[in-house]
Design a protein around this ligand. Structure first.
Ligand code: ADP
Ligand code: MG
Length: 349
């Protein structure tokens, strides 16, 4: 793993126009915007696998689309190899589209059923005019198929998607993404449509590609238990924010944010001495057009106290390379750690 930063996300925000309800329409009120992503920052190094985790609607796919340059951010920026994604156009944007590839959730939908595997994998190469000759094109297709575990490639190029298993189809999707030799792969729920028995092999493949080819991988998932073992780091999202972020081991064994604790309380741990009581979250599923004031998690938080509806907690260091955003940690402003009385020492500001 190299020390250089591959991807740097800084204060990223994405708002969508809201849907006008009947009540809003009657009162001629504008619909509140949907703040799908509300100020997230993280970095990714080549060869690193980051799991972006959170329940449905928390903004994971929107984040993925922002990373891909498929959506313009409302605020903040995405930097790939030191270049701002949103600023690119024309040829620069084309080059970016080659370096960032997406692996979608559904291999049945993302493959054209009328195309043979060889053509599916060759298509991005043709679109981007990457190959210098027909022989080069064949070589690149063969390499991509082999990297995706479809070897020997001759056995697969003439097949149609329907002649393959679900796992093989997802490998074709991955091969098509690899054909352009990307430096970043964004995999949005890459195994949720696959049979449980073949999920591990696809996740193994993605993490092997990161390690062997130095590709940065952002794995997006609502199901932490399936993906955790394959990620170097975990970022837990809640209503458009990263509320906890750290090395996989630390986040799994010692989660600090009450939401991360709740998510993890239902994840089985290999260590039999570790017992967890499942935390069931109460309250409504959150709505990004009505983000609660203060800590956005407070209406569902099992340990919320009087300050939580008033103060929006920032990420604070809770361990090495490990941060969480909760008023019970630090002073909730990212500055100082309270003493045992919960007071912030004067000198620590
Ligand atoms: N194009 C859009 N227009 C309006 N709202 C959107 C759009 N895309 C996503 N949203 C809303 O943004 C929120 C986050 O969506 P999404 O990023 O798909 O979440 P996730 O992938 O975590 O389930 C949801 O409330 C969703 O309805
Ligand atoms: Mg999604």
């Amino acid at each position: 793993m190299s020390d250089a930063t591959l991807l740097s996300v800084e204060g990223l925000v994405k708002e969508f126009p809201g849907h006008t309800s009947l009540a809003d329409w009657v009162r001629r009120r504008p619909a509140p915007p949907v703040r799908a992503v509300d100020g997230i920052s993280f970095e990714l190094r080549p060869g690193e696998v980051l799991a972006l985790v959170g329940e449905s609607g928390c903004g994971k796919t929107t984040t993925g689309n922002l990373l891909m340059g498929l959506l313009p951010p409302t605020a903040g920026r995405v930097m790939l190899d030191g270049q701002e994604v949103g600023e690119l156009s024309g040829r620069g944007l084309q080059r970016l589209r080659r370096r960032v590839q997406m692996v979608f959730q559904d291999p049945y939908e993302s493959l054209n059923p009328r195309m043979r595997v060889g053509d599916i994998v060759a298509e991005p190469l043709r679109v981007h005019r990457v190959a210098s000759s027909p022989a080069d094109l064949r070589d690149r297709v063969a390499r991509a198929l082999t990297s995706a575990g479809l070897a020997p490639p001759e056995a697969y190029v003439h097949r149609f998607p329907f002649e393959m298993s679900g796992g093989q189809r997802q490998r074709v999707v991955i091969a098509a993404a690899l054909a352009l030799e990307p430096s970043l792969l964004v995999a949005d729920e890459p195994v949720s449509m696959l049979d449980v028995s073949i999920r591990a092999e696809i996740l193994n493949l993605l993490s092997a590609l990161a390690k062997e080819q130095g590709i940065g991988v952002v794995m997006i998932t609502h199901d932490l238990s399936t993906i955790a073992a394959y990620a170097d780091r975990i970022a837990v999202m809640y209503l458009g924010r990263i509320v906890e972020h750290g090395p996989t081991r630390q986040v799994l064994t010692d989660p600090q944010h009450p939401y991360a604790r709740a998510l993890l309380s239902v994840v089985p741990v290999p260590d039999p001495s570790v017992r967890r009581t499942p935390v069931i979250l109460s309250g409504e599923t959150p709505d990004p057009s009505r983000i609660p004031p203060g800590c956005r998690f407070h209406p569902r938080c099992p340990v919320a106290f009087d300050r939580c509806p008033h103060v929006d907690p920032q990420l604070v260091e809770v361990g090495e390379d490990h941060q969480a955003a909760c008023l019970l940690l630090g002073d909730g402003t990212g500055r100082a750690t309270p003493n045992s009385e919960g007071e912030v020492p004067e000198s620590a500001g």
